[in-house]
Structure formats: C-alpha cells, structure tokens
Design a protein around this ligand. Structure first.
Ligand SMILES: Nc1nc2c(ncn2[C@@H]2O[C@H](COP(=O)(O)OP(=O)(O)OP(=O)(O)O)[C@@H](O)[C@H]2O)c(=O)[nH]1
Length: 313
C-alpha cells in the first residue's frame, strides 16, 4: 500500500518508515498536519498513519480537514505514545479509524495494516458495484424510453415529450407540429416478404425519419407497428409540409421493392400534419388525433402523399 506517514519526531519517523518498508509498503513522509493535507492531495495514499500531537497542525485537525473536503475515504490511524478513552473518542470523532501505541510494535502494525487493507479493498469493491449499478440504471432508463426495433423514441417517451412541448409552446406562443406517418399497404408487404423483411423495412424508414428531422428539439418516435410520429416544436406549417414532402420522397428513393403495393412498385409513406399554436383547449392528444385525421385522408385519397389538416375540406 501507499502509506502517508506523518510524525514530527525524526526518530519515530525513521523507525516507523523502516517497519513499513520492511512490510513491503511504499512510504511518503510528512512532519505535521499541514503537510499531511498537502501530501494527501498530492499523492492520494491508501492509508494515513499520523501522530496526534504535532506542531503547525495537530493530527485531529488534519483528519477533520481531510474528511471535510474529500469524498474519497482513506483509513486514518493515529499514532500516540499515550492515549486515554477520551483521546480515542476525540480521534474517532475527528475522522480517524484506529489508534496505534508508540513505540510501534511491528507485529501489531502489520496486523492493523492488514485489517485496513481488507476494509479498503471491500470499500473499493463496493464503490465499483455501486458505479456499475448507477450506469446500469442510466442504461435501463434510456432503454425504457427507446423502441427496441428502431432505436427511435417509444410511445411512452413521445407522450411525455409531446405534453411538455404543448405546455412550452403554449407559454411561448410558438407553433407546434405533429406529423403522423404510416407505411402504405404494409400488411401486404409482410404477407408477401415475411415478418423479418418487414422489420428491416420498418428500420429503414425509421432511419430516414431520424436523419431527416435535424433540429435538436425535434423528436422522431415509433407510434406503434408501422406508424411513426414526428414532433416538431417551433415549426411553421410551411416548414412542416416541406419536411414531410422531403421525407416522403426519400422513402420512395430508398426503393424498397413492394411488388404487392397498389400504389407503386416500392414502399411508400402516407403522412398527416397538424400545426397550430397550442392553447389551453388543445392538448397533446388533440394534436395526435388531428394529425391522424389528416393521415387517414392521405390514405383515402391515394396514399404516398402528405396531407395538411387545414387543407382538408
Ligand atoms: N414486420 C413487422 N410488421 C409489423 C410490425 N408492426 C405492425 N406490423 C404489421 O403492419 C401491418 C399493418 O397493416 P394495416 O394496419 O392493415 O395497414 P396497411 O397494410 O399498411 O394498409 P394502409 O395503412 O391502409 O396502407 C400489419 O400486417 C402488422 O402485422 C412490426 O413490428 N414488424
């Protein structure tokens, strides 16, 4: 272990250092509490052996300062020629972990070092486990919001995002757009090419949606099955129509063969748009319903098209 040994007595320092070196430890030497603080920060030792009565700064004070400013726990053992029950209590209260009587007995020192090393290793293990748990929790939280097949936001996350954006755009009096998208005649695609090819197709469309909505504030989500939703805060109707039209073309250009489609010989997308500045009467659910109405209209009037709700007669 890397040991910080702090003692104002040169003789005691030499004796303790010799013992520690013989036990195979690396030793950093300090002469008072102030140096203990500086050397602790500089060398990050595994354990501190510190005399209590020292000039400049006493051992208890140094221990208190170390405990107050450092998150990282390191065992502190006080060295003292004479200690009472009160001394021990004060030392432990100051942040120390144990006492060793001076002159040091090498065998006792070796035993205490072993015990502290054991505790230190257990603590390290605990820290590693809690770090692993923390990152597993972050990953779980992320997975809870993501659709497994496409990597887009899932419905659960989208609902939360939408209600948050409705409130925000309402406060700022900004327009909010919802675009509902649905793959055309996808049942026929699945039936003809099989479910696995169907999944691949869904993934390709998802990638197109993700790469087309470029603003950091936009959200592309899998609404369910072969249906997707785009939530575009602070976006005008004209911009939303432009973006939807761009996505529709890009999907055509993917040129995913769909022999059974009545629309075209490749996979196509129908889209419905609803755009408005939210009011107290207009909730996230209303945006979804109205965009879905526009999507239904696109389906009814030939598919592979973008329909804006306000253009429906
Ligand atoms: N491969 C695959 N298929 C899915 C998934 N989710 C939904 N589907 C299929 O998508 C198809 C949707 O069919 P419909 O709702 O009838 O719509 P459609 O055939 O696309 O017809 P229109 O929407 O009217 O153009 C069904 O066959 C579902 O089984 C999925 O995760 N993977």
């Amino acid at each position: 272990m890397k040991v910080l040994l702090v003692d104002d007595s040169p003789v005691d320092r030499v004796i303790s250092e010799a013992f520690l070196l013989e036990l195979g430890h690396e030793v950093i030497l300090g002469e008072n509490g102030q140096q203990a603080l500086e050397l602790y920060r500089e060398h990050d030792p595994d354990i501190i052996l510190m005399d209590e009565v020292m000039p400049v700064m006493r051992g208890h004070e140094a221990a208190k300062a170390i405990r107050a400013h450092e998150d990282n726990w390191v065992p502190i053992i006080f060295l003292s020629a004479r200690f009472t029950a009160e001394d021990i209590t004060a030392g432990i209260d100051a942040g120390g972990d144990d006492y060793l009587a001076k002159p040091l007995d090498q065998q006792v020192l070796a035993a205490k070092m072993k015990a502290m090393e054991r505790i230190s290793k257990m603590r390290q293990r605990l820290l590693e486990v809690s770090e692993a748990l923390e990152s597993a929790n972050v990953e779980l939280k992320r997975l809870a919001d993501v659709d497994g097949l496409t990597g887009l936001a899932n419905r659960r996350y989208m609902d939360r995002f939408l209600s948050h954006e409705v409130a925000r755009c309402s406060r700022n009096q900004e327009p909010l757009t919802v675009i509902m998208c649905d793959i055309d005649e996808f049942k026929r695609y699945n039936d003809f090419y099989g479910h696995l090819k169907g999944d691949d197709c869904i993934k390709m469309i998802a990638n197109t949606l993700m790469s087309s909505s470029k603003r950091a504030t936009d959200l592309a989500a899998r609404f369910g099955g072969e249906e997707f939703a785009l939530i575009l805060p602070n976006t005008t109707e004209a911009d939303a129509i432009g973006l939807a039209e761009n996505i529709r073309k890009k999907v055509e250009e993917l040129d995913i063969m769909h022999e059974k489609s009545s629309v075209k010989d490749c996979v196509t997308l129908s889209m419905g748009i609803y755009n408005d500045v939210p009011t107290k009467m207009l909730r996230g659910e209303d945006y979804l319903n109205l965009a879905d109405k526009a999507l239904y209209h696109a389906k009814q009037t030939g598919r592979n098209k973008v329909v804006n709700y306000s253009d429906i007669d």
